[in-house]
Write a protein that binds this ligand. Structure first.
Ligand code: ASP
Length: 364
């Protein structure tokens, strides 16, 4: 008689039996090579709960911290904090008001990772939904997948109740129009100094034809009083990117990584560089090996600097000409941040309140 096997049972059986048999391994052998993560020793008074965030995330850190005090799950707290930044039309690096791709369309990427369950998920190239981190959380909560992109991510978001909206604000559309008009004097978009007609009263002619180019993202990692961790990273990516370009933010191990036995880390800045060194995973691994959070961040930046070989990405001293900022928090509440170049900041909230501090620079 035929047996009816659910897809989930089939996958579990395939994973446990067929995969191991093919590899010639028994469960015992697998158990022998498995290594538990090194436990972080907690020394001194516990600095928990605590929240670290990117420099644009002070209010995110504050809200997440308050939610932790009230007993919230650390991922719910981090995602709720980050939603404040995603909802802010003045922050052009994320969510509503994020700078669009080269077609003038805002495409968002985000990831979440929950330490206690080691569950991670991301969405990429998501259009028309202002809170991609919340969508990533729903991917983690409601599906068996880790990454959903583009049209599929939008359909998923709508199915679970997110509302579509136009994420371009007047400000971000104006910025895109200015960028578009400066691309060439050969195409049919006139630059402002070529206009024959006066500008409309609403936008006004801008004397300086400055076109913003942003990198920017919001990251938040939260640590509960009990020592549970979670993190989220959310971004509109690089402004004027090629449609469909995906950076580090939605990629687990690059823009975000959380290990409940060790710590949580995130990245902002040039995603291409972070992706190519598995930045956040590397930072957590360095903390597991004994680095302080700041040293773990510096290690990742040095890795990037050592591997930046193209002249177009170097300054005249051969150093990277782009910024990356790393953020890390350890299970005991120690935290730190470092950036490739000076000027970057991070936010933190603990018993001393919410504040923004300078990130340590690899190159002063
Ligand atoms: N890391 C983001 C990305 O590459 C952008 C940023 O943080 O500026 O998409």
């Amino acid at each position: 008689m035929d047996q009816i096997v659910s897809r989930r049972d089939f996958l579990a059986a395939a994973g446990a039996g067929v995969g191991l048999a093919a590899a010639g391994a028994s469960l015992g052998q697998v158990g022998q090579v498995r290594q538990e993560p090194r436990r972080i020793e907690v020394a001194g008074p516990l600095a928990r709960p605590a929240v670290i965030a990117s420099g644009n995330g002070r209010e995110a850190a504050r809200l997440a911290y308050e939610m932790l005090l009230a007993g919230a799950d650390p991922l719910e707290a981090a995602v709720s904090g980050v939603a404040l930044v995603e909802d802010d039309p003045e922050d052009s690096s994320v969510g509503l008001g994020g700078l669009p791709n080269e077609d003038g369309v805002v495409e968002l990427d985000a990831s979440v990772m929950h330490g206690p369950t080691h569950r991670a998920a991301g969405v990429a190239s998501l259009r028309n939904i202002r809170n991609p981190a919340r969508v990533a959380l729903e991917v983690a909560r409601r599906t068996d997948h880790v990454l959903i992109v583009g049209e599929g991510a939008l359909r998923f978001a709508k199915r679970v109740g997110f509302q579509e909206e136009n994420l371009l604000t007047d400000k971000s559309r104006e910025a895109w129009l200015r960028w578009r008009s400066t691309l060439s004097r050969e195409d049919d978009w006139l630059q402002e100094d070529e206009w024959d007609l006066p500008p409309d009263a609403r936008t006004g002619r801008r004397a300086a034809l400055e076109v913003p180019y942003t990198t920017g993202t919001v990251h938040c990692s939260a640590l509960t009083a009990a020592g549970d961790l979670a993190g989220t990273t959310s971004t509109s990516g690089l402004s004027w990117k090629l449609p469909g370009r995906v950076g580090d933010s939605p990629i687990i191990g690059a823009g975000l990584y959380t290990d409940n036995a060790v710590g949580s880390a995130g990245a902002t800045g040039r995603g291409e560089a972070v992706l190519q060194v598995c930045g956040a995973r590397t930072a957590v691994m360095r903390m597991e090996m004994g680095d302080s959070p700041e040293d773990a961040c510096l290690y990742v930046l040095q890795m990037i600097a050592d591997r930046t070989r193209f002249k177009r990405l170097q300054d005249d001293r051969g150093r990277p000409n782009f910024n990356v900022t790393m953020y890390a928090i350890r299970k005991d509440g120690a935290f730190g941040s470092a950036a490739m170049l000076p000027g970057a900041t991070y936010a933190v909230c603990d018993a001393q309140g919410a504040r923004v501090a300078p990130s340590r620079a690899l190159f002063e």
